[in-house]
Design a protein around this ligand. Structure first.
Ligand SMILES: *[C@@H]1O[C@H](CO)[C@@H](O)[C@H](O)[C@H]1NC(C)=O
Ligand SMILES: *[C@@H]1O[C@H](CO)[C@@H](O)[C@H](O)[C@H]1NC(C)=O
Ligand SMILES: *[C@@H]1O[C@H](CO)[C@@H](O)[C@H](O)[C@H]1NC(C)=O
Ligand SMILES: *[C@@H]1O[C@H](CO)[C@@H](O)[C@H](O)[C@H]1NC(C)=O
Ligand SMILES: *[C@@H]1O[C@H](CO)[C@@H](O)[C@H](O)[C@H]1NC(C)=O
Ligand SMILES: *[C@@H]1O[C@H](CO)[C@@H](O)[C@H](O)[C@H]1NC(C)=O
Ligand SMILES: *[C@@H]1O[C@H](CO)[C@@H](O)[C@H](O)[C@H]1NC(C)=O
Length: 916
């Protein structure tokens, strides 16, 4: 007996090997802790930051990283490995760490189930497993950990119900299970856990009604059930919890109204958000008593009646007031009297009044609102009168929406003082006069909506300063003059709508320089002359509407290079000549209107021309041939068709690919066609849509990125690459996480890498390519250059991390997922090679650059090493007009073959890896 245990001890002390420990004496000691921790380490498959590298026998375990021991008994009491980017499962040996009081494993990539053995930890008080990718149900016998105070399981993939057994956790103060896939109801027993301060259930599939018992929780500070399917009314008892500070019911199916004395019953309210339910009733006047309010959001409900005039008087901390999309106001003067009281809210950043029945003139007090104001939305009301000139006081405004009212007068000259403005919506009013020259001061603007007014005159010269403009809607006004040649300078423009005005003269050839243009609508003007053949260089065009003008000449054959074209309308002009045969190659075309012109000659027979619901050719004199359904006379002589093999580039890739990987690709392609129907035509333009609070993502400054990432802290570091580091962060205006790629500019080549990536990303937009949100080129707090790109954050990390895990658990990719990923990668690359003005070869394609979003859709990222092929084989026009397109690196020969070859190797590497 003595000897055996002695031998066991020797064994234990001399070997690191776990298998030896497993047979060890089950008496719980600090040895047990060590065994358990080695088992924990063993089930970690990735430890990129080396968090567990100090876990070895030559160091006392109490000194290991992330381990804290109790002073007296030298047993482990805390495991803190938050933000370490650890991947793997949580070993069930964790249940042997019997002195544990706190487990902090949040913000890693733990997968698999929560081990039910945690229930053996009778001393456990804090369990934080949030922001991982855990699956399965919440183990119900966690309820045996009677000392539990905080359970934080938010942002995982947990399913099932909130275990009823939790009713025994009488010491529980916080329960966070938000952003999972839980279903069932909100359990009534929660009302018995009298110490509960925080209940956060947002973003699940919970249904049923709110239990009355919640009202017994007198300590409740935070109650968040937003984005579920909760129905019924809010039990009145909830409004008796006077401690309540945060009350989030947003986006459920709740009915009823808010009690009129809510502001008196809940005097401590800081955040209330009830929008997106079916609440109705009068706006509770008592809100004005809630002096600690920071954010009040009742948007998208059925509230009506006046807003109390003293609403903001005591709310010195108010940052956000969102009353949008209700029936508030009476439509007459005085509706906005409450705005006077908001001038006391010196922190106000967001004011949403859109989509109500507010009337009268915009009060002057609106110009005295906090200079912190960033978003002011007042569209879709019944405002009359002028836009107050003093609006220029609101110097920090980022978005101003006054659309859909009955505002008249001219656009105030000093609108140019709003130099931070990014979106200006004044459409759907009765504004007259011309656009003030000072608009050129708004250099940050990227969306400008002035359509449907009575504006006149020419476009101001200064417009050319708005280099970042992406969307320009000036339709339905009385603008005269010609379209300025300088329009070619706006290389960021995506949409130009000038329809229903009196623009005259001819269209400038410079339009061809707009290589990001997707929609151009200049229909119903007085334009004349020939159609600019350079339009054929706007390769991203999807919608081109030039009808009801007086264009003459023939249809430029260059239009056939607009491969993405969905709608082309040239009707009601004086166009003559034949229809370019190559237009039949436009495979996405869904609407082609050539009617009421003087076109003649043979109709093409293929592509869109086979479908009479696509083409319209009435009112042309001498067309012949075409498909029989068109009932045109036969043509006299058939010309031999010129076969123009522009597809060489495409075909060569496909043939070689097929040769190497025939079966896979066929399978993949089959699924691809099945899965993704052809692209639908782009959505109809804005119409009666009003700007919604916080809808837009904005450009950011160094300062904002600094804050978003906690000062680029290492806990937010996602990875380090050749030229850059990537951080996770949250921008103030938006709760979705972002990934910030900061370029290390001291490194040779980093600046070029930034430029290349910017250029590449500027050109591309595809669902399978990592979406850039914004770029920041600025100066950091130390005065050095700072360059960063901001991307959507990809919840599921890189393909690499999925492929290279030694686990054989459910977290591995299954065959369908692998195929889908392969398809995604193929579609992304297909787009890069064939649908960009300048084909882009990625050059750094590898699993770690393929990122997976929440739905496991793959996005190809990291374009820092991308190459642009200068010779676009598929587009002969290119050679004359690519002054704007970036050139590939000098001295780089044989653009096609070498890179395609390299690319192919990389591509097969991924495919092979995917197929295991
Ligand atoms: C620890 O836990 C594991 C599994 O949960 C078990 O097999 C083992 O016997 C336990 N005891 C010790 C002392 O390691
Ligand atoms: C154990 O970890 C310590 C601290 O990280 C390290 O200095 C030491 O070299 C490691 N020893 C072994 C045997 O790995
Ligand atoms: C266990 O505790 C003893 C006494 O405090 C200590 O000497 C020993 O190194 C500890 N063992 C481990 C594995 O940390
Ligand atoms: C909790 O349940 C699991 C299985 O569901 C079991 O393995 C474990 O021992 C249970 N814990 C306790 C403390 O009973
Ligand atoms: C749990 O982790 C989340 C995410 O990091 C954090 O916000 C929260 O404060 C943590 N809670 C506790 C009690 O540790
Ligand atoms: C602003 O607040 C002060 C006291 O805090 C109050 O006397 C004053 O009436 C308020 N002004 C408005 C416009 O409500
Ligand atoms: C335009 O901007 C300048 C500063 O760049 C400012 O001084 C001027 O007042 C602005 N003009 C108008 C009309 O807002």
């Amino acid at each position: 007996m003595e000897t055996t245990s002695f031998i066991r001890m020797i064994l234990m002390l001399s070997f690191v090997n776990i298998s030896v420990y497993i047979t060890a004496n089950p008496t719980f000691s600090n040895q047990t802790d060590q065994i358990a921790l080695f088992a924990f380490k063993d089930s970690i498959t990735e430890d990129p930051l080396g968090a567990l590298s100090s876990w070895n026998t030559s160091v006392n375990l109490c000194q290991w990283h992330g381990v804290k021991c109790g002073r007296r008994h030298q047993r482990m009491v805390e495991l803190d490995l938050r933000y370490q980017r650890l991947a793997g499962s949580i070993s069930h040996f964790i249940g042997n760490l019997s002195f544990l009081r706190s487990i902090y494993l949040q913000e890693n990539q733990f997968r698999g189930h929560i081990p039910p053995q945690i229930s053996h930890l009778s001393r456990l008080q804090n369990l934080n497993l949030s922001y991982n990718t855990l699956q399965g149900e919440i183990p119900s016998n966690l309820s045996l950990c009677l000392d539990l105070r905080v359970i934080h399981l938010g942002k995982n993939g947990l399913v099932g119900k909130i275990p009823a057994a939790f009713g025994s956790l009488s010491k529980l103060t916080s329960l966070y299970v938000f952003s999972n896939n839980l279903h069932g109801t909100i359990p009534p027993f929660l009302g018995n856990l009298s110490l509960l301060e925080i209940i956060s259930l947002r973003q699940n599939n919970l249904e049923g009604t709110l239990p009355e018992s919640i009202g017994h929780l007198t300590n409740l500070l935070y109650f968040g059930i937003g984005q579920n399917k909760i129905s019924g009314t809010v039990p009145p008892s909830l409004y008796n919890i006077s401690a309540l500070e945060n009350f989030f019911l947003i986006s459920n199916q709740l009915t009823g109204s808010l009690p009129s004395d809510i502001g008196i019953m809940l005097p401590n309210l800081r955040h209330i958000s009830v929008g997106g339910n079916q609440f109705t009733g009068r706006f509770p006047a008592s809100f004005s008593n809630a002096s600690r309010m920071r954010s009040l959001d009742i948007s998208t409900s059925g509230f009506f009646g006046p807003v109390p005039v003293d609403l903001g008087r005591r709310m010195n901390d108010l940052k956000r007031l969102d009353l949008a999309f209700n029936n508030l106001g009476t439509g007459v003067a005085g509706d906005l009297n409450f705005v006077d009281s908001l001038t006391n809210c010196t922190e106000l950043q967001v004011l949403g009044l859109s989509g109500n029945k507010f009337g009268g003139v915009l009060p002057n007090s609106i110009t005295n609102l906090s200079t912190q104001l960033r978003f002011l939305y007042a569209g879709g009301n019944q405002f009359v009168g002028n836009i107050p000139a003093g609006m220029s006081n609101l110097a920090n405004l980022l978005q101003l929406g006054l659309e859909g009212n009955r505002l008249s007068g001219s656009i105030p000259f000093n609108i140019g003082m709003l130099q931070n403005l990014q979106i200006l919506s004044l459409h759907g009013n009765r504004l007259s006069g011309s656009i003030p020259e000072s608009i050129g001061n708004l250099t940050q603007i990227f969306k400008l909506y002035l359509f449907d007014n009575h504006l006149t005159g020419c476009l101001p010269q200064s417009l050319e300063n708005l280099k970042g403009l992406q969307i320009l809607y000036l339709s339905e006004n009385n603008f005269g003059c010609s379209v300025p040649k300088t329009i070619g300078l706006f290389s960021s423009l995506i949409t130009i709508v000038l329809a229903h005005n009196s623009f005259n003269g001819s269209l400038p050839l410079e339009l061809g320089a707009l290589n990001n243009l997707e929609e151009l609508d200049i229909s119903n003007n007085d334009l004349s002359g020939e159609l600019p053949m350079t339009l054929g260089s706007c390769l991203k065009l999807e919608v081109l509407l030039l009808s009801s003008n007086s264009f003459n000449g023939s249809i430029p054959s260059s239009f056939a290079s607009l491969k993405g074209l969905v709608e082309l309308d040239l009707s009601h002009n004086n166009l003559s000549g034949t229809i370019p045969i190559d237009l039949q190659k436009l495979s996405f075309l869904q609407k082609l209107n050539l009617s009421f012109n003087n076109l003649e000659g043979e109709m093409p027979l293929k592509g869109g021309f086979t479908n009479t619901s696509v083409i319209s050719i009435v009112g042309n004199g001498n067309l012949c041939g075409g498909v029989p359904a068109l009932h045109l006379p036969a043509c006299p002589i058939l010309e031999s068709k010129k076969q123009n093999n522009r597809l060489g580039f495409k075909v060569s890739i496909i043939i070689i690919s097929v040769g190497l990987c025939l079966v896979i690709l066929m399978f993949v392609v089959a699924i691809y066609w099945k899965r993704k129907p052809r692209k639908a035509p782009s959505e109809t333009p804005l119409g009666e849509e009003f700007l919604r609070v916080g809808e837009e993502f904005l450009r950011v400054s160094y300062d904002e990125l600094f804050r978003a990432t906690d000062g680029f802290s290492s806990k937010n570091l996602l990875g380090v690459g050749g030229f850059s580091s990537v951080y996770k962060g949250i921008l103030q205006q938006n709760e979705n996480p972002i990934a910030v790629k900061v370029f290390n500019l001291e490194q040779m080549g980093a600046s070029e890498s930034f430029l290349t990536e910017c250029e590449a990303l500027r050109k591309i937009r595809h669902r399978n390519l990592l979406k850039i949100i914004t770029a920041c080129s600025s100066i950091n707090f130390e005065g050095s250059d700072f360059k960063a790109l901001v991307f959507e954050f990809m919840q599921n990390g890189s393909l690499e991390s999925w492929l290279h895990t030694s686990e054989n658990t459910t977290s591995k990719l299954n065959l369908t997922q692998r195929l889908n990923i392969a398809i995604d990668v193929i579609s992304g690359l297909e787009y890069l090679h064939h649908h960009c003005k300048t084909p882009i070869v990625h050059c750094d394609l590898k699993p770690s650059n393929v990122l997976l979003d929440e739905e496991m859709i793959a996005h190809v990222g990291d374009f820092g090493l991308a190459k642009f092929l200068t010779i676009d084989i598929s587009n002969p026009i290119e050679q004359h007009t690519n002054s704007i397109a970036i050139k590939g690196s000098i001295g780089y020969v044989a653009p096609g073959k070498k890179f395609i070859y390299v690319f192919k190797i990389m591509f097969y590497y991924i495919i092979l890896e995917l197929l295991g």
